[in-house]
Design a protein around this ligand. Structure first.
Ligand code: URA
Length: 289
């Protein structure tokens, strides 16, 4: 009999495909032989380091398999210098932008998520907050205790500072969109782990695709490293314009870092002024208080 899969493999494949379907992914790859040569290989062809990093992954990456991403192939080369890539794009990012995807659909697909261990100790899923048509999106790391209690991102001490930053830019929180890489609070506010980020980040990618902002500001290294697929420290590229799926991306220090290191506020204000120039905004205040 031709092409009959081993039962265990079939079961595993079905499970994996259901998982991707839950994330809204229906079709996501085609054979490399059919893919045109890419103008911007850095985002698609991981560096030598990347194949090492992802050696344990069950997902095919461009470096480890003969599958090539679809959508990015036709993309023009970015104007900004790409960073060395630590890990290739996930299958989700290799997918086409899903036409008509909305934040409501993404939230519904997430459901009462139990996909990773963070679900066990959370109180609330903190999906995101703000305008679905925002030109500017802030991406943080993951909810803290206040966010977990209220179900809203950046409402604790660091959140109050972020609100001040947004207002200093001449905007209100309702004008922007704010979300995190992981939607559930890591216990003791620890940094989210690699597999937790891998499980949750497709929802962030979909959020960004659905909003399609002009500018994404990554708050801290977890957000920046997740969107840029790099393991470089934020100090290597903080304040530089980079590219994420057609949007301009800038990474700056996390507000929680500013609470501990107020001297870094000047750097962050310079970064935000760059964002304001791109968005044509006028400052309300001269600097961050
Ligand atoms: N820190 C984050 O990264 N996100 C929040 O929502 C709150 C604090």
């Amino acid at each position: 009999m031709r092409g009959r899969l081993d039962e265990t493999l079939e079961h595993l494949l079905t499970k994996r495909l259901r998982f991707y379907e839950d994330l809204g992914i229906k079709l996501f790859y085609r054979h490399r032989a059919a893919a045109p040569r890419l103008e911007n290989p850095t985002f698609l062809e991981p560096s030598a380091a990347s194949s090492k990093v992802d050696a344990s992954s069950s997902k095919p990456t461009p470096a480890s398999s003969s599958w090539k991403p679809l959508a990015t192939a036709a993309k023009p080369a970015p104007k900004w210098e790409p960073l060395p890539v630590a890990q290739g794009p996930t299958l989700f990012e290799a997918a086409e932008r899903v036409e008509g995807d909305t934040l409501e659909k993404i939230r519904a697909d997430m459901g009462d998520c139990m996909r990773c261990r963070l679900s066990k100790c959370r109180n609330t899923i903190v999906f995101g907050d703000g305008s679905p048509r925002a030109e500017l999106v802030f991406v943080g790391e993951g909810p803290g205790a206040d966010e977990d209690a209220q179900g809203l991102p950046f409402v604790g001490r660091a959140g109050k500072l972020l609100t001040q930053m947004i207002e200093a830019m001449g905007l209100a929180r309702k004008d922007v969109y704010i979300c995190n890489v992981v939607k559930c609070r890591p216990p003791e506010n620890r940094t989210p782990e690699r597999d937790e980020i891998a499980t949750c980040s497709p929802f962030l990618f979909r959020q960004l695709d659905a909003i399609h902002p002009k500018v994404i500001v990554c708050l801290g290294s977890v957000a920046a490293q997740t969107l840029l697929h790099t393991n470089r420290g934020i100090s290597h590229f903080r304040g530089e314009w980079l590219e994420y799926r057609g949007a301009r991306l800038l990474a700056t220090y996390h507000p929680a870092y500013l609470l501990r290191n107020p001297n870094a506020k000047g750097d962050v204000w310079k970064d935000l002024q760059k964002v304001m120039t791109v968005l044509g905004l006028t400052a309300k205040k001269g600097k961050l208080a």
